[in-house]
Design a protein around this ligand. Structure first.
Ligand code: 5GP
Ligand code: ZN
Length: 113
């Protein structure tokens, strides 16, 4: 079966896609924890932040720029929103393909749980 998010990139598994470009894909989280909950991913497989290499700087930068675009597109920019990346077990990472959670549409408390 391989990587779940690579399968979404390859359209082997359906997703509610909100942004798709050469390097990045953004789709709605299947179990949203906020009114807007989108996952923004690089199309290139990198398992986690702790696997990033200097050569991946452009890849991860493109993910953040895409997240900003999606936030604008979904009308979150004025109110504000949060980007979250879970890395490893203690942070609750369950899918091992880097993804930035874009959360918005409600007040978000700090610190996160
Ligand atoms: P993590 O816990 O690794 O930071 O986040 C993984 C996220 O992927 C979770 O919020 C989970 O709900 C979401 N997720 C897991 N499987 C699927 C899926 O098949 N489709 C979509 N759209 N989201 C998924
Ligand atoms: Zn992958």
């Amino acid at each position: 079966m391989g990587c779940l998010f690579c399968n979404i990139v390859e359209k082997k598994i359906p997703a509610d896609v909100v942004h798709d470009d050469e390097h990045t894909l953004a789709f709605r989280d299947i179990r949203p924890v906020a009114p807007t909950h989108v996952l923004v991913i690089p199309k290139k497989h990198v398992a986690a932040i702790h696997d990033l290499e200097p050569a991946d700087a452009e890849t991860i930068g493109r993910v953040l720029v895409a997240a900003r675009r999606v936030a604008d597109q979904l009308g979150l920019a004025d109110a504000g929103y949060r980007l979250v990346v879970n890395d490893g077990e203690a942070a609750g990472q369950t899918v091992h393909h880097i993804h930035v959670h874009l959360l918005g549409g409600r007040a978000l408390t700090w610190p996160p749980g």
